[in-house]
Design a protein around this ligand. Structure first.
Ligand code: FES
Ligand code: FES
Length: 176
């Protein structure tokens, strides 16, 4: 028997979880990554494939509220999880972090931007008032090849301000 013939064959599984707030039952394989599940099975191409080895953050999504590199997570590892992609953030309406990136021009080609926004969302959920060191740590897994980071930094600072304003409005019951 050749070595190739001895290789294990992927088995079909059904991924049962929630994507962008919607329960999903997706046939896939036990060798599929979460990145291929969202991009190839669900067509959510806002999540980008770049390095494919966990070095750039372009593929980040939120899994149960935590930012993860979806190229490194197997789909079966997050069965029953709640996954949020950039499309889910957009669909939820006007978003402070996205607005901040637009206002401050925190992108050029935009390839890294989905991952950056996901990383910032995750950071602000656990730490609404990050220091400069916290921001540097929060974005340490996200690479941009275009902007030189100045505009991204200003975007994150603006995102912190806008998020605090939104929370203040909500806590006073003045939201829509
Ligand atoms: S594509 Fe996943 S970290 Fe680069
Ligand atoms: S804006 Fe092009 S890679 Fe970041």
């Amino acid at each position: 028997m050749s070595d190739a013939a001895k290789l294990p064959i992927s088995e079909t599984i059904v991924w049962n979880g929630v994507v962008n707030g919607e329960p999903r039952h997706i046939p896939t394989t036990d060798s599929a990554t979460l990145l291929s599940l969202v991009r190839d099975e669900l067509g959510l191409t806002g999540t980008k494939r770049s390095c494919d080895i966990g070095r750039c953050g372009a593929c980040m999504v939120l899994v149960d509220g935590q930012p993860v590199n979806s190229c490194l997570m197997m789909a079966y590892q997050c069965r029953a999880a709640s996954v949020t992609t950039i499309e889910g953030i957009s669909a939820a309406g006007d978003d402070a972090v996205q607005r901040a990136f637009l206002e401050e021009g925190g992108f050029q080609c935009g390839y890294c931007t989905s991952g950056m926004i996901i990383a910032v969302k995750g950071m602000l959920q656990s730490n609404p008032d990050p220091s400069d060191d916290d921001i540097a740590e929060g974005l340490s897994g996200n690479l941009c090849r275009c902007t030189g980071y100045g505009s991204i930094w200003r975007s994150v600072r603006r995102a912190v301000e806008l998020t605090k304003l939104e929370q203040a409005v909500e806590s006073r019951g003045l939201g829509k």
